[in-house]
Design a binder for this molecule. Structure first.
Ligand code: SDX
Length: 429
């Protein structure tokens, strides 16, 4: 393989270094392009062809449908690991020993409580407040209670404490955003419960009842959180990296990532999928009609949960979630007509040239909402579930960016506005 790329510009020839990753991905390093060519930059709206960094955290191959966290296939992790184990793997780079996992769990457990003063913030939100707006604000507000978190260069001990606090408190903040919307009493975390079980307890338990959590639901949630834990340089992760590159604190960086994930083209798609399936169901279930609408350029309707910037074959997470759908609904005795509509929609779309020619396949969001619905998560909380899953990935990416001392993210542009002109007094306009 050539080590350089040659560029011919204005009669001059330039050599650009080629870099290759451990999975043979190749990139042209343009970090010296502008200075070396007298001002040329590249232009790539949406960064479809542009790498922002080198990373050792997650590898995915869109053509082969491969997803690995720190080299471990997602299929094995989803089947065998716990979410906290995968969180440790993403953040620290290796699977934890039993001792390391025990210490990690103990540290997380002792930080699950949220400062009592934060309860007043919840009470200020209207019942109809979307929980993503609440959770994004609450995560950023953590920085006001823990001033030692404000300096990301404060050293490993302070950074690790900030990380553990965030992993520990996010489920509490998420569950309380739901309880606040229901105007139900907050349920406090219990130290004798596991991470997923504790969240489900805080979400659904009531102080007046003897509350238990179904192990089938705990297992389903553990798998879903693992499947969402990281996905290399997606929109929200890139947001976390850019915000963190200004040396903003971790809480502010993650809060920005939560806001980016909210969009219906990104993590908000899981809520949009269920709303779409419900719309098709209410309309009589005519799947062909809605597939035609998705293909019609004059119709704004898109098949939510379909298509992906990277996966041009199948999203391995969707394959695992689809199988888990049947399993969880059967174990819970849930018969959801949305699942049948989703399967019909998938079948019709995958046989249609419009989708096949554009490599549009179900993504992680297409089936996840059906499981969330089956385990009792309200639709508006679906994207908050994505936040819970993606948190360790965001943290790992933020930590890698900081440890590599990456420069502040500041893209260039091609200006297309007015050329220089003089101010005109208002009387003469
Ligand atoms: C996530 O990046 C990640 O890794 C994200 C994620 C993660 O784990 O972080 O995987 C999570 O965000 C999954 C994606 C969830 N979003 C949706 O399901 C929303 C529906 N899908 C799309 O809007 C779209 O497919 C995107 C946003 C996911 C990808 O968009 P791209 O790569 O910018 O592709 P595009 O919009 O340019 O589409 C290419 C063509 C277009 O048609 P033409 O202009 O070529 O004629 O495909 C069409 C699009 O109109 N198209 C769709 C479609 N998705 C793309 N047509 C109908 N329905 C769709 N869902």
């Amino acid at each position: 393989m050539s080590e350089i790329a040659k560029l011919e510009l204005d009669g001059n020839s330039y050599e650009l270094p080629i870099i290759e990753g451990t999975e043979n991905e190749k990139g042209i390093d343009i970090s010296k392009l502008r200075g070396g060519t007298g001002g040329y930059i590249t232009l790539d709206p949406g960064f479809k062809n542009t790498g922002s960094t080198k990373s050792a955290i997650t590898f995915l191959d869109g053509e082969k449908g491969i997803l690995r966290y720190r080299g471990y296939p997602i299929e094995q992790l989803a089947d065998k690991a716990s979410f906290l184990e995968v969180s440790y793997l993403l953040i620290e780079g290796e699977l934890p020993t039993q001792q390391q996992l025990t210490e990690f769990k103990e540290s997380i457990t002792k930080h699950t409580l949220v400062h009592e003063d934060m309860k007043q913030f919840f009470e200020a939100y209207p019942a109809k407040a979307h929980p993503m707006g609440v959770v994004a604000s609450m995560v950023c507000s953590l920085s006001t209670f823990y001033p030692e978190s404000l300096d990301p260069n404060r050293g490993e001990v302070a950074v690790d404490l900030t990380i553990h606090r965030l992993i520990a408190k996010l489920p509490t903040l998420a569950a309380w955003s739901h309880k606040n919307a229901m105007r139900h009493p907050f349920m406090y975390p219990k130290n004798d419960l596991g991470y997923c079980e504790n969240f489900l307890h805080m979400m659904f338990a009531m102080p007046t009842e003897n509350n238990t959590v179904d192990p089938v639901v705990v297992s389903a949630l553990n798998k879903l959180l693992i499947l969402h834990a990281d996905h290399e340089q997606n929109c929200s992760t890139s947001t976390v990296r850019v915000v963190g590159s200004s040396h903003a604190n971790l809480y502010a960086s993650i809060s920005a990532g939560i806001s980016a994930l909210w969009g219906p083209l990104h993590g908000g798609a899981n809520q949009a999928v269920i709303e779409m399936l419900q719309q098709i169901y209410n309309d009589g279930g005519d799947v062909d009609k809605w597939v035609a609408k998705a293909k019609d350029k004059n119709d704004p309707f898109r098949l939510m949960g379909f298509g992906h910037r990277v996966y041009k074959n199948f999203d391995p997470r969707a394959t695992i979630i689809k199988k888990s759908c049947d399993d969880v609904l059967a174990k819970l005795g849930v018969n959801d007509p949305m699942l049948e509509i989703a399967k019909k929609l998938e079948k019709v779309a995958l046989e249609d040239d419009y989708f096949k020619s554009r490599n549009l396949y179900p993504n992680v969001d297409f089936y996840s909402g059906i499981i969330y619905k089956a385990i009792g998560i309200p639709t508006e909380m679906f994207t908050v579930m994505f936040v819970l899953g993606r948190l360790p990935g965001w943290i790992a990416q933020w930590k890698e960016m900081r440890e590599n001392n990456e420069p502040i993210g500041r893209p260039r542009q091609i200006y297309t506005g007015e050329n220089a002109r003089d101010y005109v007094n208002i009387a003469n306009r």
